[in-house]
Design a protein around this ligand. Structure first.
Ligand code: MN
Length: 244
């Protein structure tokens, strides 16, 4: 039996009290780990490393697929905007590392799944832009930063016909959780939208072609125990990783 190895990009946690004040720790949320093991993949944590192409290449050689996890805001300077007052915490070294990781993973034809910030950083890496905050969206928008539990389904997403994601989910629409105040503005060239909220906010996209490069604005890994259909996304991702 083939067990694919999936690299999960890590975030950075800074110790704010107790001993080792200011200590920095590479971490991922356990939901990602559980989502991957539940479909038979072996997760591997990818900590932010300095901008060294050969190190990043060796990291990527260990994995069959790349999962870009959620986290802080993307640095707007990367898509040609100055920071607005609504911008929240940024971690530029993570942005730079992940952009490199994405370019190299795509060149190596690895399947890529971006979740929340993970989708946003794929878009920026490939030439798209973001709303720094949904207050910049010209139309009225729904609440996209829920305060309820992580597996609570807050708003509807409608899947776009003839997309990979629509085929994976095999329904026209579903209810999802939502934990974002930024969103895709201009889509990166070579990508199509595969899911939208009813207010028009982009909730998913995918690269045109036969490979698996998919971004989701919500957190399916947090909903899997309540909604088994969310597992299909990881199952499909893993199927592509087995071929990598
Ligand atoms: Mn949303």
């Amino acid at each position: 039996m083939v067990i694919p190895v999936i690299g999960i990009s890590a975030s950075m946690l800074v110790t704010e009290d107790g001993s080792c004040l200011g200590n920095e720790q590479a971490y991922v949320n356990k939901h990602y780990v559980r989502a991957l093991t539940s479909v038979g993949a072996a997760p591997l944590l990818l900590p932010i490393v300095e901008m060294n192409d050969s190190l990043i290449k060796v990291q990527l050689q260990q994995i069959d697929g790349l999962l870009l996890s959620g986290g802080y805001d993307v640095n707007p300077l990367l898509y040609g905007e100055e920071p607005l007052p609504e911008l929240e915490y940024i971690l530029p070294e993570r942005d730079e590392y992940e952009i490199k990781l994405i370019h190299m993973a795509l060149a190596m034809k690895k399947p890529v799944l971006g979740i929340c910030r993970g989708m946003q950083i794929i878009n920026v890496a490939c030439g798209g832009t973001l709303y720094q905050d949904l207050s910049q969206y010209s139309l009225k928008h729904f609440k996209h930063q829920q305060k309820s539990k992580t597996d609570t389904a807050s708003h509807t997403v409608e899947f776009i016909p003839n997309t990979k994601l629509r085929n994976i989910m095999n329904v026209d629409a579903t209810k999802i959780n939502t934990f974002h105040h930024q969103a895709i503005k201009d889509l990166a060239p070579g990508f199509v939208i595969n899911a939208k909220a009813k207010d028009g906010i982009i909730e998913g996209f995918e690269r045109i072609g036969d490979d698996f490069v998919i971004g989701l604005q919500w957190h399916p890994e947090m909903m899997m125990e309540r909604d088994a259909s969310m597992q299909e996304i990881f199952r499909s991702f893993i199927d592509f990783a087995k071929l990598a």
